[in-house]
Ligand binder design. Structure first.
Ligand code: FAD
Ligand code: NAI
Length: 466
Protein backbone atom coordinates (compact mmCIF):
# COMPACT_ATOMS: atom_id res chain seq x y z
CA UNK A 1 0.00 0.00 0.00
CA UNK A 2 1.35 3.45 -0.88
CA UNK A 3 2.08 5.99 1.80
CA UNK A 4 -0.91 8.29 2.56
CA UNK A 5 0.01 11.99 2.73
CA UNK A 6 -2.36 14.81 3.64
CA UNK A 7 -1.34 18.38 2.78
CA UNK A 8 -3.08 21.32 4.44
CA UNK A 9 -3.18 24.44 2.25
CA UNK A 10 -3.02 24.73 -1.55
CA UNK A 11 -0.62 27.68 -1.87
CA UNK A 12 2.72 27.34 -3.70
CA UNK A 13 4.14 25.33 -0.80
CA UNK A 14 1.21 22.91 -0.52
CA UNK A 15 0.28 22.34 -4.16
CA UNK A 16 3.92 21.89 -5.28
CA UNK A 17 4.54 19.43 -2.45
CA UNK A 18 1.37 17.54 -3.43
CA UNK A 19 2.53 17.19 -7.04
CA UNK A 20 6.01 15.99 -6.04
CA UNK A 21 4.54 13.48 -3.53
CA UNK A 22 2.24 12.14 -6.26
CA UNK A 23 5.15 11.89 -8.73
CA UNK A 24 6.93 9.77 -6.13
CA UNK A 25 4.02 7.32 -5.90
CA UNK A 26 2.32 8.52 -2.70
CA UNK A 27 -1.44 8.71 -2.22
CA UNK A 28 -2.09 12.45 -1.78
CA UNK A 29 -5.01 14.51 -0.44
CA UNK A 30 -4.81 18.30 -0.34
CA UNK A 31 -7.19 20.32 1.82
CA UNK A 32 -7.92 23.97 1.04
CA UNK A 33 -10.37 26.17 2.90
CA UNK A 34 -11.07 28.44 -0.11
CA UNK A 35 -12.74 27.28 -3.34
CA UNK A 36 -9.89 28.68 -5.43
CA UNK A 37 -6.54 26.85 -5.27
CA UNK A 38 -3.14 28.62 -5.32
CA UNK A 39 -3.12 30.28 -1.89
CA UNK A 40 -1.97 33.84 -1.24
CA UNK A 41 0.44 33.82 -4.17
CA UNK A 42 -2.05 33.15 -6.95
CA UNK A 43 -5.16 34.78 -5.49
CA UNK A 44 -4.06 37.86 -3.51
CA UNK A 45 -0.26 38.03 -3.78
CA UNK A 46 2.46 37.50 -6.39
CA UNK A 47 0.33 37.03 -9.49
CA UNK A 48 -2.34 39.75 -9.07
CA UNK A 49 0.25 42.30 -7.90
CA UNK A 50 2.44 41.59 -10.93
CA UNK A 51 -0.61 41.84 -13.24
CA UNK A 52 -1.34 45.36 -11.93
CA UNK A 53 2.36 46.28 -11.95
CA UNK A 54 2.54 45.34 -15.64
CA UNK A 55 -0.66 47.23 -16.58
CA UNK A 56 0.37 50.37 -14.71
CA UNK A 57 3.90 50.26 -16.16
CA UNK A 58 2.50 50.13 -19.72
CA UNK A 59 0.38 53.21 -18.97
CA UNK A 60 3.29 55.04 -17.36
CA UNK A 61 5.51 54.33 -20.35
CA UNK A 62 2.82 55.50 -22.76
CA UNK A 63 2.69 58.84 -20.96
CA UNK A 64 6.34 59.37 -20.10
CA UNK A 65 8.48 57.41 -22.57
CA UNK A 66 6.70 56.72 -25.83
CA UNK A 67 7.19 60.28 -27.13
CA UNK A 68 10.96 60.11 -26.75
CA UNK A 69 10.93 56.86 -28.75
CA UNK A 70 9.08 58.78 -31.49
CA UNK A 71 5.66 57.22 -30.76
CA UNK A 72 2.62 59.51 -30.61
CA UNK A 73 -0.49 57.95 -29.03
CA UNK A 74 -2.46 61.10 -28.23
CA UNK A 75 -3.73 61.46 -24.66
CA UNK A 76 -3.37 58.08 -22.94
CA UNK A 77 -6.24 57.14 -20.60
CA UNK A 78 -6.69 54.16 -18.31
CA UNK A 79 -9.78 52.15 -17.42
CA UNK A 80 -9.26 51.11 -13.79
CA UNK A 81 -12.18 48.64 -13.76
CA UNK A 82 -10.74 46.91 -16.83
CA UNK A 83 -7.29 46.70 -15.25
CA UNK A 84 -8.82 45.00 -12.21
CA UNK A 85 -10.90 42.63 -14.35
CA UNK A 86 -7.86 41.68 -16.49
CA UNK A 87 -6.08 40.89 -13.22
CA UNK A 88 -9.03 38.64 -12.24
CA UNK A 89 -8.70 36.81 -15.57
CA UNK A 90 -4.98 36.27 -14.96
CA UNK A 91 -5.78 34.81 -11.51
CA UNK A 92 -8.44 32.56 -13.01
CA UNK A 93 -6.11 31.19 -15.70
CA UNK A 94 -3.51 30.39 -13.03
CA UNK A 95 -5.86 28.82 -10.48
CA UNK A 96 -7.56 26.72 -13.18
CA UNK A 97 -4.06 25.57 -14.13
CA UNK A 98 -3.54 24.27 -10.57
CA UNK A 99 -6.90 22.42 -10.69
CA UNK A 100 -5.73 20.76 -13.91
CA UNK A 101 -2.40 19.77 -12.31
CA UNK A 102 -4.22 18.24 -9.32
CA UNK A 103 -6.36 16.09 -11.66
CA UNK A 104 -3.41 15.17 -13.86
CA UNK A 105 -1.46 13.93 -10.82
CA UNK A 106 -4.51 12.14 -9.33
CA UNK A 107 -4.42 14.28 -6.18
CA UNK A 108 -7.65 14.34 -4.18
CA UNK A 109 -8.75 17.92 -3.45
CA UNK A 110 -11.07 18.57 -0.51
CA UNK A 111 -12.49 22.03 0.23
CA UNK A 112 -12.86 22.91 3.89
CA UNK A 113 -11.03 23.91 7.06
CA UNK A 114 -8.59 21.27 8.32
CA UNK A 115 -8.18 20.69 12.08
CA UNK A 116 -6.14 18.00 13.81
CA UNK A 117 -7.92 15.29 15.78
CA UNK A 118 -4.71 13.36 16.46
CA UNK A 119 -1.28 12.81 14.92
CA UNK A 120 -2.81 10.40 12.38
CA UNK A 121 -6.30 11.85 11.84
CA UNK A 122 -7.63 15.17 10.58
CA UNK A 123 -11.11 16.66 10.40
CA UNK A 124 -12.24 18.75 7.42
CA UNK A 125 -15.19 21.07 8.02
CA UNK A 126 -16.76 21.97 4.68
CA UNK A 127 -19.83 24.10 3.95
CA UNK A 128 -22.27 21.27 4.52
CA UNK A 129 -20.35 18.31 5.88
CA UNK A 130 -17.51 17.21 8.15
CA UNK A 131 -15.09 14.51 6.95
CA UNK A 132 -12.40 12.65 8.87
CA UNK A 133 -9.22 11.54 7.11
CA UNK A 134 -6.44 9.23 8.31
CA UNK A 135 -2.86 9.85 7.22
CA UNK A 136 0.64 8.43 7.56
CA UNK A 137 2.26 11.84 7.02
CA UNK A 138 0.93 15.40 7.05
CA UNK A 139 2.44 18.59 5.59
CA UNK A 140 1.16 21.87 7.06
CA UNK A 141 1.33 24.64 4.43
CA UNK A 142 -1.18 27.12 5.80
CA UNK A 143 0.78 30.26 4.87
CA UNK A 144 0.41 33.73 6.33
CA UNK A 145 -1.96 36.68 6.73
CA UNK A 146 -1.38 40.47 7.01
CA UNK A 147 -0.23 41.52 10.47
CA UNK A 148 -2.23 44.60 11.47
CA UNK A 149 -2.39 45.79 15.11
CA UNK A 150 -5.79 47.01 16.45
CA UNK A 151 -4.68 50.70 16.55
CA UNK A 152 -4.80 50.73 12.74
CA UNK A 153 -8.57 50.06 12.78
CA UNK A 154 -8.32 47.80 9.71
CA UNK A 155 -11.84 47.69 8.26
CA UNK A 156 -11.33 46.46 4.66
CA UNK A 157 -13.21 49.58 3.49
CA UNK A 158 -10.72 52.48 3.38
CA UNK A 159 -8.20 51.15 5.87
CA UNK A 160 -7.01 48.20 3.87
CA UNK A 161 -4.41 45.45 3.48
CA UNK A 162 -2.78 44.31 0.22
CA UNK A 163 -5.75 41.97 -0.36
CA UNK A 164 -8.22 44.86 -0.71
CA UNK A 165 -5.65 47.11 -2.46
CA UNK A 166 -5.55 44.56 -5.30
CA UNK A 167 -9.31 44.68 -5.84
CA UNK A 168 -10.46 48.28 -5.28
CA UNK A 169 -13.64 49.29 -7.08
CA UNK A 170 -12.76 53.00 -7.20
CA UNK A 171 -9.42 54.57 -8.05
CA UNK A 172 -7.76 55.98 -4.89
CA UNK A 173 -6.74 59.54 -5.74
CA UNK A 174 -4.83 59.92 -2.48
CA UNK A 175 -3.28 56.88 -0.85
CA UNK A 176 -1.21 56.65 2.33
CA UNK A 177 0.84 53.48 2.70
CA UNK A 178 2.21 52.46 6.08
CA UNK A 179 5.41 50.43 5.62
CA UNK A 180 8.17 50.89 3.01
CA UNK A 181 8.64 47.14 2.57
CA UNK A 182 8.04 45.04 -0.53
CA UNK A 183 4.25 45.35 -0.58
CA UNK A 184 4.28 49.10 0.13
CA UNK A 185 6.71 49.83 -2.71
CA UNK A 186 5.15 47.49 -5.29
CA UNK A 187 1.55 48.60 -4.71
CA UNK A 188 2.69 52.21 -4.16
CA UNK A 189 4.26 52.02 -7.64
CA UNK A 190 1.03 50.73 -9.19
CA UNK A 191 -1.03 53.64 -7.88
CA UNK A 192 1.63 56.35 -8.31
CA UNK A 193 2.15 55.36 -11.98
CA UNK A 194 -1.60 55.74 -12.53
CA UNK A 195 -1.51 59.25 -11.06
CA UNK A 196 -2.54 58.80 -7.41
CA UNK A 197 -0.86 60.97 -4.78
CA UNK A 198 1.03 58.27 -2.84
CA UNK A 199 2.70 58.89 0.53
CA UNK A 200 4.71 56.09 2.15
CA UNK A 201 5.33 56.38 5.87
CA UNK A 202 7.95 54.08 7.42
CA UNK A 203 9.10 53.48 10.98
CA UNK A 204 12.80 53.04 10.11
CA UNK A 205 14.99 55.72 8.52
CA UNK A 206 15.34 53.72 5.29
CA UNK A 207 13.21 51.73 2.87
CA UNK A 208 13.40 47.93 2.43
CA UNK A 209 15.15 46.98 5.67
CA UNK A 210 17.17 43.77 5.30
CA UNK A 211 18.07 44.47 1.67
CA UNK A 212 21.25 46.21 0.42
CA UNK A 213 21.26 49.85 1.60
CA UNK A 214 22.95 51.33 -1.52
CA UNK A 215 20.39 49.67 -3.78
CA UNK A 216 17.54 50.78 -1.51
CA UNK A 217 18.72 54.43 -1.67
CA UNK A 218 18.98 54.28 -5.47
CA UNK A 219 15.50 52.75 -5.75
CA UNK A 220 14.06 55.40 -3.43
CA UNK A 221 15.42 58.12 -5.76
CA UNK A 222 13.66 56.67 -8.80
CA UNK A 223 10.44 56.06 -6.87
CA UNK A 224 10.49 59.71 -5.79
CA UNK A 225 10.83 60.46 -9.50
CA UNK A 226 7.44 58.85 -10.19
CA UNK A 227 5.89 61.00 -7.48
CA UNK A 228 5.97 58.81 -4.35
CA UNK A 229 6.56 60.89 -1.22
CA UNK A 230 8.48 59.20 1.60
CA UNK A 231 8.19 60.02 5.30
CA UNK A 232 10.88 57.95 6.99
CA UNK A 233 11.80 57.36 10.63
CA UNK A 234 8.32 58.14 11.96
CA UNK A 235 6.04 56.15 14.18
CA UNK A 236 2.38 55.80 13.21
CA UNK A 237 0.13 56.20 16.26
CA UNK A 238 -3.33 55.56 14.85
CA UNK A 239 -5.47 55.46 11.74
CA UNK A 240 -9.21 56.15 11.67
CA UNK A 241 -11.82 56.35 8.94
CA UNK A 242 -14.18 59.32 8.94
CA UNK A 243 -16.85 58.89 6.24
CA UNK A 244 -14.91 58.70 2.96
CA UNK A 245 -11.58 59.93 4.34
CA UNK A 246 -8.93 58.38 6.53
CA UNK A 247 -6.88 60.26 9.12
CA UNK A 248 -3.51 59.05 10.25
CA UNK A 249 -1.55 60.38 13.22
CA UNK A 250 2.20 59.87 13.46
CA UNK A 251 4.79 61.01 15.98
CA UNK A 252 7.94 62.74 14.77
CA UNK A 253 10.60 60.73 16.61
CA UNK A 254 13.07 63.66 16.59
CA UNK A 255 10.91 66.09 18.64
CA UNK A 256 8.00 63.97 19.86
CA UNK A 257 5.43 66.16 18.07
CA UNK A 258 2.24 64.71 16.58
CA UNK A 259 1.39 65.15 12.89
CA UNK A 260 -1.74 64.31 10.94
CA UNK A 261 -2.15 63.09 7.36
CA UNK A 262 -5.39 62.60 5.39
CA UNK A 263 -6.22 60.59 2.29
CA UNK A 264 -8.94 58.53 0.57
CA UNK A 265 -7.38 55.21 1.55
CA UNK A 266 -4.72 53.87 3.91
CA UNK A 267 -2.91 50.66 2.94
CA UNK A 268 -1.27 49.01 5.95
CA UNK A 269 1.71 46.93 4.78
CA UNK A 270 3.84 46.35 7.86
CA UNK A 271 4.50 42.65 7.51
CA UNK A 272 2.69 39.33 7.60
CA UNK A 273 2.34 36.64 10.25
CA UNK A 274 2.17 32.87 10.09
CA UNK A 275 -1.40 31.55 9.88
CA UNK A 276 -2.42 28.61 12.06
CA UNK A 277 -6.00 29.53 13.08
CA UNK A 278 -8.35 26.57 13.21
CA UNK A 279 -5.63 23.90 12.97
CA UNK A 280 -6.09 22.91 16.62
CA UNK A 281 -2.39 22.23 17.04
CA UNK A 282 -3.01 21.55 20.73
CA UNK A 283 -4.50 18.18 19.66
CA UNK A 284 -1.02 17.13 18.55
CA UNK A 285 0.77 19.02 21.31
CA UNK A 286 2.54 21.47 18.96
CA UNK A 287 3.47 24.88 20.37
CA UNK A 288 4.25 27.94 18.23
CA UNK A 289 7.48 29.96 18.49
CA UNK A 290 7.64 33.58 19.74
CA UNK A 291 6.58 34.88 16.30
CA UNK A 292 3.62 32.51 16.00
CA UNK A 293 5.38 30.18 13.53
CA UNK A 294 5.48 26.38 13.60
CA UNK A 295 8.94 25.28 14.81
CA UNK A 296 10.67 22.76 12.51
CA UNK A 297 14.13 21.20 12.23
CA UNK A 298 16.42 21.38 9.16
CA UNK A 299 14.18 18.81 7.41
CA UNK A 300 11.01 20.91 7.90
CA UNK A 301 9.92 18.26 10.43
CA UNK A 302 7.99 19.31 13.54
CA UNK A 303 8.56 17.66 16.89
CA UNK A 304 5.73 15.27 15.90
CA UNK A 305 7.83 13.05 13.63
CA UNK A 306 5.21 12.35 10.92
CA UNK A 307 4.08 15.99 10.66
CA UNK A 308 6.02 18.53 8.57
CA UNK A 309 5.54 22.27 7.92
CA UNK A 310 6.69 24.44 5.01
CA UNK A 311 6.44 27.95 3.53
CA UNK A 312 5.24 31.12 5.25
CA UNK A 313 4.04 29.24 8.33
CA UNK A 314 7.65 28.42 9.34
CA UNK A 315 10.80 30.56 9.76
CA UNK A 316 12.60 32.16 6.81
CA UNK A 317 11.66 34.65 4.11
CA UNK A 318 7.97 34.69 3.16
CA UNK A 319 8.48 33.97 -0.53
CA UNK A 320 6.63 31.70 -2.94
CA UNK A 321 9.79 30.09 -4.38
CA UNK A 322 11.06 29.31 -0.86
CA UNK A 323 7.72 27.60 -0.07
CA UNK A 324 7.89 25.63 -3.33
CA UNK A 325 11.43 24.40 -2.72
CA UNK A 326 10.49 23.29 0.80
CA UNK A 327 7.45 21.48 -0.64
CA UNK A 328 9.66 19.49 -3.01
CA UNK A 329 12.23 18.93 -0.26
CA UNK A 330 9.67 17.36 2.11
CA UNK A 331 8.20 15.10 -0.61
CA UNK A 332 11.65 13.79 -1.52
CA UNK A 333 12.66 13.40 2.12
CA UNK A 334 9.49 11.33 2.77
CA UNK A 335 10.32 9.08 -0.18
CA UNK A 336 13.69 8.26 1.37
CA UNK A 337 15.83 10.53 -0.84
CA UNK A 338 18.45 12.89 0.60
CA UNK A 339 17.37 16.26 -0.86
CA UNK A 340 19.32 19.49 -0.38
CA UNK A 341 18.02 23.03 -0.02
CA UNK A 342 20.38 25.99 0.38
CA UNK A 343 18.47 28.55 2.44
CA UNK A 344 21.38 31.01 2.09
CA UNK A 345 20.81 31.38 -1.64
CA UNK A 346 17.12 32.25 -1.91
CA UNK A 347 16.89 35.27 -4.23
CA UNK A 348 14.65 38.19 -3.25
CA UNK A 349 13.08 40.53 -5.81
CA UNK A 350 11.15 43.79 -5.57
CA UNK A 351 9.10 44.20 -8.75
CA UNK A 352 9.16 47.99 -8.95
CA UNK A 353 10.65 49.70 -12.01
CA UNK A 354 13.55 49.57 -11.94
CA UNK A 355 13.48 46.19 -10.24
CA UNK A 356 15.67 45.38 -7.28
CA UNK A 357 17.06 41.88 -6.68
CA UNK A 358 19.46 40.29 -4.23
CA UNK A 359 21.04 36.97 -3.42
CA UNK A 360 23.45 36.04 -0.66
CA UNK A 361 24.87 38.36 1.98
CA UNK A 362 24.45 42.14 2.15
CA UNK A 363 27.33 44.50 2.89
CA UNK A 364 25.70 45.24 6.25
CA UNK A 365 25.64 41.55 7.24
CA UNK A 366 29.27 41.03 6.10
CA UNK A 367 30.33 43.92 8.35
CA UNK A 368 28.33 42.51 11.27
CA UNK A 369 30.01 39.12 10.83
CA UNK A 370 33.44 40.72 10.42
CA UNK A 371 34.00 39.06 7.05
CA UNK A 372 36.59 40.87 4.87
CA UNK A 373 35.16 41.60 1.44
CA UNK A 374 35.79 43.55 -1.74
CA UNK A 375 33.21 45.33 -3.88
CA UNK A 376 32.71 45.50 -7.63
CA UNK A 377 30.15 47.95 -9.00
CA UNK A 378 28.90 48.87 -12.45
CA UNK A 379 26.25 51.47 -13.39
CA UNK A 380 23.49 50.63 -15.86
CA UNK A 381 24.01 53.96 -17.63
CA UNK A 382 27.34 52.66 -18.98
CA UNK A 383 25.60 49.73 -20.75
CA UNK A 384 24.79 50.09 -24.44
CA UNK A 385 21.60 48.02 -23.98
CA UNK A 386 20.39 50.29 -21.19
CA UNK A 387 20.96 53.40 -23.31
CA UNK A 388 19.09 51.80 -26.23
CA UNK A 389 16.02 51.17 -24.07
CA UNK A 390 16.42 54.32 -21.91
CA UNK A 391 16.55 52.23 -18.73
CA UNK A 392 19.66 53.82 -17.29
CA UNK A 393 18.89 53.98 -13.56
CA UNK A 394 20.67 51.60 -11.22
CA UNK A 395 23.75 49.46 -10.85
CA UNK A 396 25.10 45.98 -10.16
CA UNK A 397 27.02 45.44 -6.92
CA UNK A 398 29.08 42.31 -6.27
CA UNK A 399 30.54 41.43 -2.90
CA UNK A 400 33.37 38.89 -2.96
CA UNK A 401 35.54 37.41 -0.24
CA UNK A 402 38.69 39.56 0.10
CA UNK A 403 40.99 36.52 0.13
CA UNK A 404 39.34 33.70 -1.79
CA UNK A 405 37.40 35.92 -4.27
CA UNK A 406 34.28 33.69 -3.77
CA UNK A 407 31.10 35.65 -4.54
CA UNK A 408 29.26 36.22 -1.26
CA UNK A 409 26.44 38.51 -2.34
CA UNK A 410 25.03 40.17 -5.46
CA UNK A 411 22.65 43.13 -5.37
CA UNK A 412 21.10 44.71 -8.42
CA UNK A 413 18.84 47.70 -8.84
CA UNK A 414 17.97 48.25 -12.47
CA UNK A 415 15.96 47.05 -15.44
CA UNK A 416 15.33 43.28 -15.46
CA UNK A 417 17.16 42.75 -12.17
CA UNK A 418 14.62 39.97 -11.40
CA UNK A 419 15.96 37.86 -14.25
CA UNK A 420 19.61 38.94 -14.00
CA UNK A 421 19.91 37.78 -10.40
CA UNK A 422 19.69 34.13 -11.45
CA UNK A 423 23.14 34.17 -13.08
CA UNK A 424 24.54 35.20 -9.70
CA UNK A 425 22.48 32.60 -7.80
CA UNK A 426 23.58 29.81 -10.15
CA UNK A 427 27.25 30.73 -9.93
CA UNK A 428 27.09 31.12 -6.16
CA UNK A 429 25.49 27.67 -5.82
CA UNK A 430 28.71 26.32 -7.34
CA UNK A 431 30.88 28.58 -5.13
CA UNK A 432 32.23 30.55 -8.09
CA UNK A 433 34.60 33.47 -7.73
CA UNK A 434 34.21 36.98 -9.13
CA UNK A 435 37.06 36.06 -11.49
CA UNK A 436 34.96 33.09 -12.80
CA UNK A 437 32.02 35.42 -13.49
CA UNK A 438 34.27 37.99 -15.16
CA UNK A 439 35.71 35.40 -17.58
CA UNK A 440 32.34 34.10 -18.85
CA UNK A 441 31.45 35.48 -22.29
CA UNK A 442 28.23 37.53 -21.92
CA UNK A 443 26.09 38.35 -24.96
CA UNK A 444 26.21 41.93 -26.27
CA UNK A 445 24.23 44.10 -25.98
CA UNK A 446 22.47 42.84 -22.84
CA UNK A 447 21.89 44.00 -19.28
CA UNK A 448 23.82 40.89 -18.19
CA UNK A 449 27.02 42.63 -19.25
CA UNK A 450 26.55 44.71 -16.08
CA UNK A 451 27.26 41.57 -14.02
CA UNK A 452 30.42 40.79 -15.98
CA UNK A 453 31.65 44.40 -15.67
CA UNK A 454 30.93 44.49 -11.92
CA UNK A 455 32.84 41.19 -11.55
CA UNK A 456 35.74 42.69 -13.51
CA UNK A 457 35.63 45.68 -11.19
CA UNK A 458 35.71 43.41 -8.12
CA UNK A 459 38.80 41.61 -9.39
CA UNK A 460 41.32 44.40 -9.71
CA UNK A 461 39.44 47.30 -11.29
CA UNK A 462 39.40 45.67 -14.74
CA UNK A 463 35.96 46.96 -15.84
CA UNK A 464 36.15 47.87 -19.53
CA UNK A 465 33.38 50.43 -20.00
CA UNK A 466 33.86 52.51 -16.86
P1 FAD B 1 -0.10 30.53 1.13
O1 FAD B 1 0.13 30.88 -0.28
O2 FAD B 1 -0.52 31.60 2.06
O3 FAD B 1 -1.19 29.36 1.11
C1 FAD B 1 -1.72 28.82 2.28
C2 FAD B 1 -3.07 28.21 1.96
O4 FAD B 1 -3.50 27.46 3.09
C3 FAD B 1 -4.15 29.25 1.70
O5 FAD B 1 -4.79 28.99 0.48
C4 FAD B 1 -5.12 29.08 2.87
O6 FAD B 1 -6.47 29.33 2.53
C5 FAD B 1 -4.91 27.63 3.25
N1 FAD B 1 -5.25 27.30 4.64
C6 FAD B 1 -4.84 27.94 5.76
N2 FAD B 1 -5.29 27.31 6.87
C7 FAD B 1 -6.02 26.24 6.43
C8 FAD B 1 -6.74 25.21 7.08
N3 FAD B 1 -6.77 25.09 8.41
N4 FAD B 1 -7.39 24.30 6.31
C9 FAD B 1 -7.35 24.37 4.96
N5 FAD B 1 -6.66 25.31 4.29
C10 FAD B 1 -6.01 26.23 5.01
N6 FAD B 1 6.33 36.01 -2.99
C11 FAD B 1 7.21 35.89 -4.02
O7 FAD B 1 8.06 35.01 -4.00
N7 FAD B 1 7.16 36.75 -5.09
C12 FAD B 1 6.25 37.74 -5.17
O8 FAD B 1 6.24 38.50 -6.13
C13 FAD B 1 5.33 37.90 -4.10
N8 FAD B 1 4.41 38.89 -4.13
C14 FAD B 1 3.52 38.99 -3.11
C15 FAD B 1 2.58 40.03 -3.15
C16 FAD B 1 1.68 40.19 -2.12
C17 FAD B 1 0.68 41.33 -2.17
C18 FAD B 1 1.69 39.27 -1.03
C19 FAD B 1 0.69 39.41 0.08
C20 FAD B 1 2.60 38.24 -0.98
C21 FAD B 1 3.53 38.09 -2.01
N9 FAD B 1 4.50 37.09 -2.00
C22 FAD B 1 5.40 36.99 -3.02
C23 FAD B 1 4.57 36.11 -0.89
C24 FAD B 1 3.92 34.78 -1.31
O9 FAD B 1 2.58 35.02 -1.70
C25 FAD B 1 3.97 33.80 -0.14
O10 FAD B 1 5.30 33.68 0.31
C26 FAD B 1 3.47 32.43 -0.58
O11 FAD B 1 2.14 32.48 -1.04
C27 FAD B 1 3.57 31.44 0.61
O12 FAD B 1 3.11 30.20 0.19
P2 FAD B 1 2.49 29.15 1.22
O13 FAD B 1 2.13 27.96 0.40
O14 FAD B 1 3.40 28.98 2.35
O15 FAD B 1 1.17 29.83 1.80
P1 NAI C 1 7.90 43.84 4.95
O1 NAI C 1 8.40 43.13 6.12
O2 NAI C 1 8.56 43.66 3.63
O3 NAI C 1 7.93 45.42 5.24
C1 NAI C 1 7.23 45.99 6.31
C2 NAI C 1 7.77 47.40 6.53
O4 NAI C 1 6.91 48.03 7.46
C3 NAI C 1 9.18 47.42 7.10
O5 NAI C 1 9.93 48.35 6.37
C4 NAI C 1 8.97 47.84 8.55
O6 NAI C 1 10.04 48.55 9.08
C5 NAI C 1 7.73 48.72 8.41
N1 NAI C 1 6.93 48.85 9.63
C6 NAI C 1 6.65 47.90 10.55
N2 NAI C 1 5.85 48.41 11.53
C7 NAI C 1 5.61 49.70 11.19
C8 NAI C 1 4.85 50.75 11.78
N3 NAI C 1 4.14 50.57 12.90
N4 NAI C 1 4.84 51.96 11.18
C9 NAI C 1 5.54 52.16 10.02
N5 NAI C 1 6.27 51.21 9.42
C10 NAI C 1 6.29 49.99 9.99
O7 NAI C 1 6.34 43.49 4.87
P2 NAI C 1 5.26 43.67 3.73
O8 NAI C 1 5.66 44.73 2.76
O9 NAI C 1 3.97 43.79 4.44
O10 NAI C 1 5.32 42.28 2.98
C11 NAI C 1 5.14 41.04 3.71
C12 NAI C 1 5.90 39.94 3.07
O11 NAI C 1 5.30 39.55 1.83
C13 NAI C 1 7.32 40.32 2.68
O12 NAI C 1 8.19 40.16 3.77
C14 NAI C 1 7.64 39.38 1.58
O13 NAI C 1 8.18 38.22 2.14
C15 NAI C 1 6.29 39.08 0.96
N6 NAI C 1 6.19 39.78 -0.33
C16 NAI C 1 7.10 39.49 -1.30
C17 NAI C 1 7.08 40.15 -2.49
C18 NAI C 1 8.12 39.84 -3.49
O14 NAI C 1 8.82 38.85 -3.35
N7 NAI C 1 8.28 40.65 -4.53
C19 NAI C 1 6.06 41.15 -2.80
C20 NAI C 1 5.17 41.40 -1.69
C21 NAI C 1 5.24 40.71 -0.53
Amino acid sequence: MSMKVVIIGAGPGGYVSAIRCAQLGMQVTIIEKYKSLGGTCLNVGCIPSKALLDSSEHYHQAIHQFASHGIEVGKAKFDFAKMISRKEDVIMQNTKGIEYLMKKNKIEVINGLASFISDHKIKVSGNTSVTEIDFDYCVIATGSKPNIPPSFNYNKDRIISSTEALSLTEFPKELIIVGAGVIGLELGSVYARLGAKVTVIEYLDRILPGMDLDCAKELQKTLKGIGIEFILGQSVQSVIQNKKRIQLVYKDKSNDSDHQLEADYCLVAIGRKAYTDGLELNQIDLQLDEKGRIPVNENCQTKVKNIFAIGDVIHGPMLAHKAEEEGVFVAEYLSGQKPKLNHNLIPGVVYTWPEMASVGMTEESLKEKNIKYKIGKFPFKALGRARASMDMDGFVKILADADSDEILGVHIVGARAADLIMEAAALMEFKSTAEDMSRICHPHPTFSEGLKEAALDATGKRAIHM
